[in-house]
Design a binder for this molecule. Structure first.
Ligand SMILES: [Fe+2]
Ligand SMILES: [Fe+2]
Length: 183
């Protein structure tokens, strides 16, 4: 008996996204190495943790496809993007990668909607929310660096920024989660 509860189109599209998340993980690993090599221990730690988070996203896709009776395929990954030019470039690229990934998630949501596959549609809502967090996190990085002085930041303010990011939580606080006690 066929117990697959996913269309072949969605099975393939979700499997592709699993690989996209693995590539995101790949990318942040490479940026983390670049940051570490340039002496930004805190920023590299932040990027390594983020790389791990992207891998967990891939696993979420894998598990969902399996749970629905499908079979995901791990494909070859392209090499990670080249080194960023500087910190501004690095954070801008993190933001860009997140926005591109959001677009991909939206296309999956559209696909699930068109097929009236509400289970998949519901599963994907977690990622819609997650992408808001990730974009906010990337915007925060850009803002923090701007405040520190951008590419012309002094060694001292970069040192402080690096230290802050090393200790920063993995998830951004969203306006939605704010309360009057904890704005
Ligand atoms: Fe992700
Ligand atoms: Fe992400």
């Amino acid at each position: 008996m066929n117990t697959k509860r996913l269309s072949s189109t969605l099975e393939e599209a979700l499997s592709k996204q699993m690989n996209v998340e693995l590539y995101q993980s790949h990318t942040y690993l490479a940026y983390g190495i670049w940051a570490s090599d340039n002496g930004y221990a805190g920023i590299s730690n932040f990027l390594f943790r983020h790389s791990q988070e992207e891998r967990e996203h891939a696993i979420k896709f894998m598990q969902y496809i399996l749970n629905r009776g499908g079979k995901p395929t791990v494909t070859a990954l392209a090499s990670a993007p080249g080194d960023p030019q500087n910190l501004t470039d690095c954070f801008n690229k993190v933001f860009q990668h997140e926005v591109e990934n959001t677009e991909k998630i939206y296309r999956l949501v559209e696909l699930a909607f068109d097929e009236k596959d509400w289970a998949t549609w519901n599963f994907l809502q977690w990622f819609v929310k997650e992408q808001i967090e990730e974009e906010t996190l990337a915007m925060d990085l850009i803002d923090k660096l701007k405040i520190a002085g951008g590419d012309k930041a002094s060694d001292e303010s970069l040192f402080t920024l690096d230290k802050t990011l090393g200790e920063t939580p993995d998830d951004a606080d969203l306006a939605r989660d704010a309360t009057s006690e904890n704005p």
